[in-house]
Design a protein around this ligand. Structure first.
Ligand SMILES: CC(C)(COP(=O)(O)OP(=O)(O)OC[C@H]1O[C@@H](n2cnc3c(N)ncnc32)[C@H](O)[C@@H]1OP(=O)(O)O)[C@@H](O)C(=O)NCCC(=O)NCCS
Length: 179
């Protein structure tokens, strides 16, 4: 368990899959800037824990009272020069705007820089998704540029902004401690 002040991040277990599937199939949960992909619970179960090149790892975001309010994940984007570590996140609608996601991203950045010998963490978000951009900027990510027509969202090809934070910009843990 990775503990913050407002939320904790807990590695997703098989028992969490039905809830995650319900969330991801709910268009209010994924919001207006993400795709419409629908997957059955058995599809989620089939893919869970299967090691592939992306090495997707999901964490449930929980409030301090244990209420499950969303998830944050890290995965590799494959690149000719190596693997780029990327994060993604979603929160249930009635818990947005309370600082939970910003803390979850801060915890994840601490965790990834403290547990892996990596130089950068990146995130991509639809250029209209101002809440997501605000989260990344609050945590210290910098906008690198535009990924043109990279997301197919509700029948349209959309541009994303690519953000990243470098180890030297992170400097030291903000929420997790070294002890
Ligand atoms: C993006 C998302 C995860 C943010 O989670 P959150 O817990 O609401 O984020 P936080 O409360 O930590 O911070 C959001 C910030 O964006 C701001 N914000 C929210 N909507 C905004 C808007 N339309 N325009 C500008 N700023 C906005 C908030 O005021 C807040 O900033 P503040 O702390 O300075 O007041 C959440 O909105 C969500 O789940 N959206 C749907 C799914 C999604 O888009 N996921 C990300 C895909 S890249």
């Amino acid at each position: 368990m990775l503990e913050g002040k407002l939320v904790n991040l807990r590695v997703a277990e098989k028992e969490d899959l039905p809830l995650i599937a319900d969330w991801l199939n709910d268009l209010e949960f994924t919001g207006e800037y993400q795709g419409l992909r629908q997957l059955s619970k058995s599809d989620f179960e089939k893919n869970f824990g299967v090691e592939d090149k992306h090495e997707l790892k999901e964490f449930i975001i929980e409030k301090k009272d244990g209420t499950k309010i969303g998830f944050i994940a890290h995965f590799y984007v494959l690149h000719i020069a190596g693997k780029l570590l990327e994060i993604g996140y979603d929160l249930i609608p009635n818990e947005r705007g309370k600082g939970y996601c910003s803390e979850a991203v801060n915890i994840m950045v601490d965790y990834l820089f403290m547990s892996r010998d990596i130089m950068r963490i990146q995130a991509a978000t639809d250029m209209r998704n101002l809440a997501s951009q605000k989260v990344l900027e609050k945590v210290g990510f910098k906008k690198e540029g535009t990924l043109r027509k990279c997301g197919f969202v509700r029948g349209e090809w959309r541009d994303d902004y690519l953000y990243s934070i470098l180890r030297e910009e992170w400097k030291e843990p903000r929420i997790l401690t070294k002890r």
